[in-house]
Design a protein around this ligand. Sequence first.
Ligand code: FMN
Length: 230
Amino acid sequence: MHVSEAVRSRRSIRAFLPDPIEQNVLERVLTKAQQSPSGGNVQPWHAHILTGEPLARLVATVADVIPQGRAAHAPEYAIYPEALEGAYEARRFGVGEAMYAALGIGRDDKRGRLAQFMNNFRGFGAPVLMLVHTPRYMGPPQWSDIGMWLQTVMLLLREEGLDSCAQEAWAVYQKQVRSCVAIPDDHVFFCGLAIGRRDPQAPVNTFDVPRARLAEVVSFEGFAPAAPSS
Ligand SMILES: Cc1cc2nc3c(=O)[nH]c(=O)nc-3n(C[C@H](O)[C@H](O)[C@H](O)COP(=O)(O)O)c2cc1C
């Protein structure tokens, strides 16, 4: 698989098939992903990978506190800036609306929207969940390194015919995550990565997620003008 094909075919999958994934496949992916770059070669990423009973136990532990609503939320970092504005807020709002529209969940259907959001805490049915953490004293550059590693993992999963969804949502239940998995106290729990095979029929896996035009995010300086196309 070419890199471009892996990039094109990766999308956040929110309905997985239950097919189990073998440890040796994940080991192959994660061994290759160790080639990811990081500032100073610090490699600040750490992960626990759950399947089967340990994953079912985490899902059940979180399910127990979901009825408490926001009272049970205790994220260790701000998942979004308090005032996300303009194009950034519009993109965030836009992907949510596109997803609910694909699922036929209307604007006023608060229960339907909440139920879909709560699918996060079943890993969208994925057979594998990776939980990512890093020492607390790591700063924004190291968090960005973790992002590079995660993207490398996600692209290598495509090469294996597998899919994924990064999930910051788990951060709100970091206490419950910690009660099931031995994340050191001096580490921050960052996010989950649901891993499995996509359900190709599920509308939640096929809606369009638009991207900003290149000119909105990149400017070129000092280049020769492009030759007119014939
Ligand atoms: C670090 C990170 C955390 C994310 N957390 C969630 C999440 O908790 N739940 C979710 O449904 N999607 C989550 N996403 C998926 C984004 O919504 C998605 O990447 C974005 O809308 C672009 O769509 P695409 O991945 O399908 O191309 C996350 C993505 C990243 C990179």
